[in-house]
Design a protein around this ligand. Structure first.
Ligand code: SF4
Length: 232
């Protein structure tokens, strides 16, 4: 049996702070409405550059008409465009979700595969989308989903000095056990949407302020600007 590696002091401190966040948001979950792995996959593809709220406005109509991959694979693009027209890049997204539904039917019998490689081979599906689906639908994420909230909060909480999603993901994966990866991103997203806003984070009332290295007036400047702007 391999010896169990002891977590570093840094990892233990990060896990303690995370326990505080979990206590603040015990109901943290994926906020994209869905009733199956297929619907979660489509909703996640649609959420690129759009908020979950607006995606949740369009998916009931889309899924009523096309509830599964077989139905969406037969869709006409203009009809899908009409149903998701509130979203940015709706034409490209319509093309992608029809294309991915067709590939699901051709390659996977209409089911969503539970593998990172198979998912990222689908149109419009990158590592982040694949990990949302693997973590939320199958409880088997192969990484930490790093969106804009996770990116910002990881920096404010002192868990990373990295600014790009991929190195941040690697650092989070080294600090937290695999079993935490899925809920870790949902919890950070919950906190980012409700307390630790990009602009004017609510440090005064934040439940983890006592352990947060960024608590106070300077927090807003951390993790907010796009990396390119910060380097300039
Ligand atoms: S104390 Fe401020 S910066 Fe730290 S997590 Fe809370 S709101 Fe965010």
């Amino acid at each position: 049996m391999l010896p169990v590696k002891k977590p570093s002091k840094r990892a233990l401190a990060a896990r303690e702070l995370y326990a505080g966040l979990r206590a603040l948001h015990p109901d943290a979950h994926c906020e994209l409405d869905h009733a199956s792995p297929f619907q979660l996959l489509v909703a996640t593809v649609l959420s690129a550059q759009s908020t979950d709220k607006v995606v949740n406005l369009v998916t009931p109509g889309l899924f009523a008409r096309y509830p599964d991959a077989r139905a969406l694979a037969r869709a006409e693009q203009p009809e899908v465009e009409r149903l998701i027209g509130k979203l940015g890049m709706f034409r490209q997204k319509s093309k992608n979700v029809i294309g991915l539904a067709r590939l699901l039917v051709e390659r996977h019998g209409g089911e969503v595969p539970a593998s990172l490689d198979a998912l990222t081979a689908l149109p419009g599906v990158g590592r982040k989308t694949a990990n949302v689906v693997l973590g939320t639908a199958f409880g088997a994420g192969e990484g930490v989903v790093v969106d804009t909230h996770v990116q910002r909060l990881s920096q404010r909480l002192g868990w990373t000095r990295e600014t790009e999603p991929e190195p941040i993901e690697r650092e989070l994966m080294s600090l937290f056990p695999r079993a935490d990866w899925d809920l870790l991103s949902h919890t950070l997203i919950f906190h980012g949407r409700r307390v630790c806003f990009a602009r004017a984070p609510m440090c005064v009332t934040c439940g983890v302020a006592a352990s947060c290295p960024s608590a106070g007036a300077g927090a807003e400047a951390i993790g907010r600007k796009p990396p390119r702007a910060r380097r300039g």
